[in-house]
Design a binder for this molecule. Structure first.
Ligand SMILES: Cc1cc2nc3c(=O)[nH]c(=O)nc-3n(C[C@H](O)[C@H](O)[C@H](O)COP(=O)(O)O)c2cc1C
Ligand code: SF4
Length: 432
């Protein structure tokens, strides 16, 4: 098995790792001490030079994003650790928070220092009771020890961290939906610009970073940008967590160097496709990215560029594997139902369109599909993508279109086999 660097998971298997004393014994809170001895700009420069890219989905360079915060506005700056993790197939941040909460917090502390922020928050998915408890316990330990609050580590720097739990809405993972929710409003995304770096929480400069992104920062500060950049590929440096689920012998969360061959990941890390079955498809980055057929995967590597060249995205690393027994119509209905349920309802194309997309698939499934349904699907989706306030609209049409594009025969077969008899009662498309 290939040897991968363990930047995020090196201490995950120690049962006492979530306790402050054990975390420190294994070298924890050294990086924040080092960072406090550097200027905030030097910390940002180090993260920039490392090439670290955001692990929340878009892969935006972290140091560059930190650099967007305007200086000397007279307003407070906020750092929000996005632990809403609701993208179907993604469960890596959960493992980090449960097993190594201090690592998540130390990364947040360093980020806050770099940004000149005295107040940071974790926004944790509502269903994540135990991870939230672990983070809260760790924060409490830090306050008790004087590592949070006033004058931390004798540096003169003040930092408070608040733990906030969501109420189970996927859209609160979108950064402006998260900010609205944190302000106590409905979790409905804002129109951008202005971007949160300029006007975010309470109209103040705000950076939202994914939990895994921030958890990589202590290692970068301790070992240096060059050491991080030397791992992975030139454009996708470092390691990445993949939440591997579906028809695998060994599903789980794996940390691998970016650039690792995708098929080797399935065989060597995840123990291969279960029950000796054949691989049919993979969704490599969570439900909002394009599905890939097994025969598209030869030579594909687990990094941003290679997966993009193959026609999909690395996204959040929610790696969903399907064996040859999977009915793709069934699978896509499952995904589309999620989007129908989770639309925040603000934009008509998304609120109504999500429902229509699901309904068209459902009527094909009921053998009531019309020959024009696949064209109708393209028409409906073309009026959603690019016509909404937030990227949820684009996300919801991605499974619909990619499943049809990659497995057209499965949809066409069902349409061809549709019952055209008038004996069946007609159901309107909006009955679901
Ligand atoms: C519908 C939707 C849901 C999202 N959910 C999450 C999430 O659960 N966690 C996350 O970190 N980012 C999520 N994002 C991305 C965030 O908006 C934001 O880009 C990210 O937190 C930035 O962090 P990063 O730069 O460290 O990747 C979501 C985006 C969209 C459009
Ligand atoms: S695209 Fe959908 S989820 Fe995003 S703001 Fe519009 S209605 Fe809400």
């Amino acid at each position: 098995m290939a040897q991968h660097h363990k930047i995020l998971t090196q201490n995950l298997n120690f049962d006492d790792q979530s306790q402050l004393a054990a975390y420190e014994r294994r070298g924890g809170y050294k990086a924040i001490r080092k960072a406090l001895g550097m200027s905030p700009d030097a910390v940002t420069a180090e993260v920039k030079a490392s090439g670290l890219r955001g692990r929340g989905g878009a892969g935006f360079p972290t140091g560059m994003k930190w650099g967007f915060v305007p200086k000397n506005t007279g307003k407070p700056v906020y750092l929000l650790n996005n632990a809403d993790e609701s993208e179907p197939g993604t469960f890596k941040d959960r493992v980090l928070m449960e097993r190594d909460p201090h690592l998540c917090i130390e990364g947040t502390m360093i980020g806050a220092w770099a940004l000149g922020s005295n107040w940071a928050a974790f926004y944790i998915r509502g269903e994540y009771g135990y991870p939230a408890l672990q983070i809260q316990r760790a924060v409490d330990e830090l306050y008790a020890k004087g590592y949070l609050g006033k004058n931390i580590f004798g540096s003169g720097y003040n930092l408070d961290i608040v733990v906030h739990r969501g109420a189970g809405a996927y859209i609160c993972g979108e950064e402006t939906g998260l900010i609205e929710s944190l302000e106590g409003n409905k979790g409905q995304p804002r129109i951008k610009p202005p971007f949160p770096a300029v006007a975010g929480l309470y109209g103040c400069p705000t950076i939202v970073n994914n939990t895994e992104t921030l958890a990589a920062v202590p290692w970068i500060i301790e070992n240096g940008a060059a050491a991080y950049a030397a791992i992975g590929t030139e454009k996708s440096p470092g390691t990445k967590l993949f939440s591997a689920s579906g028809h695998l012998n060994k599903p789980g969360v794996y940390e691998v160097d970016l650039g690792y061959p995708l098929l080797e990941f399935i065989e060597k890390e995840c123990g291969g496709v279960w029950n000796g079955r054949k691989l049919k498809a993979v969704i490599p980055g969570g439900s909002s990215v394009q599905v890939l057929r097994a025969d598209d995967l030869e030579g594909v590597k687990l990094d941003y560029e290679s997966i993009k060249a193959a026609g999909s995205m690395l996204g959040s690393g929610g790696f969903i594997v399907m064996d040859d027994t999977v009915d793709m119509l069934d699978a896509v209905i499952n995904l589309q139902h999620f989007y129908t349920h989770e639309s925040c309802g603000q934009c008509t194309p998304c609120r109504e369109g999500a429902r229509w997309v699901e309904s068209i698939f459902r009527r094909i499934e009921r053998r009531r599909g019309a020959p024009s349904d696949l064209l109708l699907m393209r028409d409906v989706t073309s009026q959603i993508a690019g016509h909404t306030i937030c990227p949820f609209g684009d996300a919801l049409v991605t499974p619909a279109l990619s499943f049809i594009d990659k497995f057209p025969e499965e949809f066409q077969e069902r349409i061809d086999a549709a019952i055209v008899s008038d004996d069946l009662p007609e159901e309107s498309a909006s009955s679901h």
